[in-house]
Design a protein around this ligand. Structure first.
Ligand SMILES: Nc1ncnc2c1ncn2[C@@H]1O[C@H](COP(=O)(O)OP(=O)(O)OP(=O)(O)O)[C@@H](O)[C@H]1O
Ligand SMILES: [Zn+2]
Length: 467
């Protein structure tokens, strides 16, 4: 089956055919490092990490570029507010993003260019745009002439005549109020780079067109970002790149938002939950499951209940894999995930359907465990590991076992032997009809967050719902 993806510019699902057979090039708009990441930012990184992993599984050699916007009006404003250099704010938050991506198991990009390292490339692009009549300089700014590019607004399907775009602060000398800034002249005390048109700083849109061109060339396969970027950011990236002569992206993919009370989670709106806060309460794998399982084009309304559900769903999978290992010994991931899983992933990355296959397999695996059908247990556990492995969510993978310092298994064994010691005491209390002590032991285990289940083969324990 062919991979099919929803292309925002075609407004439909299309068969995916890469420009160069066997290779896929992706440019994802990364962080504006003005503050630490909230879970909306990481959802974007994570959705594209899953895309990249699926393409890699399908045998493509993937080049994945995710930039860092390290100069921007918001960073400059923060710098003035906090009395710290712009780069101190940028580096600090870049580290925070890096930590969040790594904690959630996002693979590092092939290239991670910073905007400020690409001013010469931006100057070359502006030079060419001015020469070809698509841009002009005014008062130390450089603007893109939107009327000069007939394809403008095709991605967002808008009519230029309906467009009302207010000029930003200091954006003087425009020929048309809808023209956008490629370059902004420096105000006193602000960071600036020299150009033929005077000292200034890059506009956000220009940064991405210049970096995509440098690392992926004039044409590449997939451009991604959050839905909020369709207009103006991606529309302006297209105008710059195509007017420059690039074919630019063949497919446009946009992830839906994480919302809070129906509104986009946003640093600027102040309704954000930081990844660092979430990681104090939830295991990284639970957070990856919670943000990575809904379809990338469905909104995720932030909810503690959904997080708890994610925790339980994952615990069911982990419980099965654990019991399977107890019954049949360590199980390696199967060479390939089941065809039904692959078909769901090929269908515009339908992770919810793919995850349904995982849970069905877990149910079949539990039934096989009850029946003592070791062969089926081993086969089904291998399939579960293969499917979750492709999604970067295999709990048995060293990546996640290492989340407690590489000692998760050792810790589990130690807790297991302590719990059995305590349960033996409870049993002894029952036998001598000391029900008070037996009940007190049960309550203490519950307070410790453990759920005990009596089974024909003896008591089993697992971590219960958090209080
Ligand atoms: N709430 C969200 N849900 C999903 N994706 C988001 C959300 N907020 C931002 N993104 C995406 O994260 C990536 C990095 O965003 P960027 O740092 O530019 O955020 P921003 O728009 O400045 O953030 P904010 O809106 O929080 O101020 C972009 O692809 C953006 O579309
Ligand atoms: Zn961008």
């Amino acid at each position: 089956m062919t991979l099919r993806l929803y292309d925002t510019s075609a407004r439909q699902i299309r068969d995916f055919t890469p420009l160069v057979p066997g290779c896929v090039s992706i440019y994802l708009c990364g962080a504006t490092v003005q503050a630490a990441p909230h879970i909306g930012h990481i959802r974007s990184g994570l959705n594209f990490d899953i895309l990249r992993r699926w393409l890699t599984y399908r045998g493509y050699d993937v080049t994945f570029v995710r930039n860092v916007t390290d100069i921007d009006d918001k960073i400059i404003a923060k710098s003035a507010e906090q009395g710290r250099p712009w780069w101190a704010i940028g580096f600090e938050n870049e580290r925070a993003f890096d930590h969040a991506y790594t904690s959630l198991g996002c693979l590092p990009p092939t290239y991670e260019p910073r905007a400020t390292g690409h001013v010469p490339e931006m100057i070359a692009m502006m030079d060419a745009l001015i020469e070809r009549g698509h841009a002009y300089a005014a008062d130390g700014n450089v603007y893109f002439d939107v009327r000069s590019f007939p394809g403008y607004l095709e991605l967002s399907n808008q009519d230029l005549d309906d467009l009302r775009q207010p000029s930003g602060e200091g954006e003087t000398g425009k020929r048309d109020p809808r023209d956008f800034a490629l370059w902004k002249s420096a105000r006193p005390g602000e960071p600036a780079w020299d150009t033929p048109w005077g000292p200034g700083r890059p506009g956000w849109h220009l940064e991405c067109s210049a970096m995509a061109h440098k690392y992926l060339g004039a044409a590449f396969d997939i451009h991604g970002g959050g839905l909020d970027l369709v207009f103006p950011h991606h529309e302006n990236e297209i105008a710059q790149a195509k007017a420059y002569g690039d074919d630019f992206a063949a497919y446009w993919l946009h992830n839906a938002w994480v919302t809070m009370s129906g509104e986009k989670m946003s640093k600027s709106l102040g309704n954000s939950v930081l990844v660092s806060e979430m990681l104090n309460h939830w295991r990284p794998l639970v957070l990856r499951y919670y943000l990575g399982t809904p379809h990338y084009r469905s909104t995720i309304e932030y909810s503690e209940e959904a997080l708890t559900e994610a925790e339980h769903a994952l615990a069911r999978v982990e419980g099965f894999l654990q019991r399977a290992a107890e019954q049949v010994g360590p199980v390696a991931p199967a060479a390939e995930p089941p065809a039904e899983f692959a078909a769901a992933m090929d269908d515009d990355l339908s992770v919810p359907q793919a995850m349904a296959v995982v849970h069905t397999t877990v149910r079949q695996g539990n039934a096989a465990l009850d029946e003592g059908d070791k062969e089926s247990v081993a086969a089904l556990a291998g399939q579960v590991r293969a499917m979750l492995g492709v999604l970067g969510m295999d709990p048995m993978d060293e990546r996640w076992a290492g989340a407690t310092g590489g000692r998760a298994e050792q810790l589990h064994t130690a807790v297991d032997s302590l719990v059995h010691l305590v349960l033996d005491q409870r049993q002894a209390a029952r036998e001598r009809k000391d029900y008070g002590t037996a009940d007190a032991i049960r309550d203490r285990l519950k307070d410790a967050g453990l759920v005990i289940e009596d089974t024909p083969t003896g008591p089993r324990w697992e971590l219960g719902q958090r209080p």
